[in-house]
Design a protein around this ligand. Structure first.
Ligand code: IPM
Ligand code: MG
Length: 359
């Protein structure tokens, strides 16, 4: 039996709905495997700002630092669009990643059997696609100093900065991950233009020498963007810096059917942070339309990476696969045999039923 404290940060838009799905699945895992999870909910993002707090309230950060794992729904709302960066919901997630020192963002994108016709590509092109984007998460343009807007407002600037140590540790995560999968790493950069990318390529190449069993190749980010959209099955692990990884992980989502399917883990720091890749989608909030699979897949990653509950994690993923195989589809997915779509809650219930049925 595992006793663990899990911080739940619902956030904005569809965040609370998918967090409800995540917490039901955590309860199902407790029931089936006899664990005891203490689930504690904290305010974050626009929801915290609306209540008169900063985007990442002190109590939330402390709750996260004291937890064994953190689940975050989503943050962001267009009503904060004109605000200064530190008064926007997104500030919460950027600060949280940094405070946690969660430098390794793992974003798996796989085509679930039966969903090959659901994305933007032909079924024969996406069949069997299983990509893991390993994105550096606490460096690069997102955090580099100096940054700002010139006094006259006529120019603005950001700094892309990477140290050898930052590149080395994320490369290690990518190589170790590849060992448990297809044993191939594609490192993505813009070494034909950027100094940071040239350093990146050199450090990754050196790190690769410690992994002779892993096939390492390098690609420019523009070429990679093209190839993900045309020959996605050539990839196993994609290793890249913060901004490139942000973009390429969304692109991977488009080809596997829906961004709503993608889970993520941010690890390597003090406490693991797990969140669906989809955003807050305020346009469909409170309509019971959100796809809970990205959130439930993130629960599986939390179980595996933070709680070391591998059997439980695999059982949750199995239940997602079984539910999709049984024809359940939320509105963002292509229907099976013209069956009408199910809501967020019905999808969650179906996944939990499959999970218990497999016990
Ligand atoms: C993501 C999001 C975030 C990012 C935003 C909300 C700050 O797009 O997790 O991919 O850019 O990292
Ligand atoms: Mg993004």
């Amino acid at each position: 039996m595992k006793v663990a404290t899990i911080a739940l940060l619902p956030g904005d838009g569809i965040g609370p709905e998918v967090t409800a799905a995540a917490s039901s699945v955590l309860k199902a895992v407790e029931d089936r495997f006899g664990h005891a999870f203490d689930l504690r909910t904290y305010a974050v993002g626009g929801a915290a700002l609306d209540a008169g707090y900063p985007p990442l309230p002190t109590e939330t950060l402390e709750g996260c630092l004291g937890a064994d794992g953190i689940f975050l729904g989503a943050v962001g709302h267009p009503k904060f669009d004109g605000k200064a960066p530190e008064e926007r919901p997104e500030a919460a997630i950027l600060k949280l990643r940094r405070e946690l020192e969660a430098f390794a963002n793992l974003r798996p994108a796989r085509v679930w059997p039966g969903l090959e016709n659901g994305g933007s590509l032909k079924p024969e092109v996406v069949k069997g696609v299983d990509i893991l984007v390993v994105r550096e998460l606490t460096g690069g343009l997102y955090y580099g100093q100096p940054r700002g807007v010139a006094e006259d407002g006529q120019s603005a600037f950001n700094t892309m900065r990477y140290s050898v140590e930052e590149i080395e540790r994320i490369a290690t995560v990518a190589f170790e991950s590849a060992r448990l999968r297809g044993k191939r790493v594609t490192s993505v950069d813009k070494a034909n233009v950027l100094e940071t990318s040239r350093l990146w390529r050199k450090v990754v190449t050196d790190a690769g020498k410690r992994y002779p069993d892993i096939e390492l190749s390098h690609e420019y980010v523009d070429a990679c963007a093209l190839l993900i959209a045309s020959k996605p099955d050539r990839y196993d692990v994609i290793l890249t810096e913060n901004l490139f990884g942000d973009i390429l992980s969304d692109e991977s989502g488009a080809i596997v059917g829906s961004l709503g399917l993608l889970p993520s883990a941010s690890v390597g720091g003090k406490v693991g942070l797990f969140e669906p890749v989809h955003g807050s989608a305020p346009d469909i909030a409170n309509e019971n339309k959100a796809n809970p699979i990205g959130a439930i897949g993130s629960v599986a990653m939390l179980l595996r990476h933070s709680l070391k509950l591998d059997v439980e994690a695999t059982a949750v993923e199995q239940a997602i696969g079984d539910t999709l195989a049984a024809g359940y589809r939320t509105v963002d997915l292509v229907p099976m045999d013209n069956k009408p779509p199910v809501g967020s809650k019905a999808m969650t219930t179906a996944i939990i039923e499959q999970f218990h049925a497999a016990a």
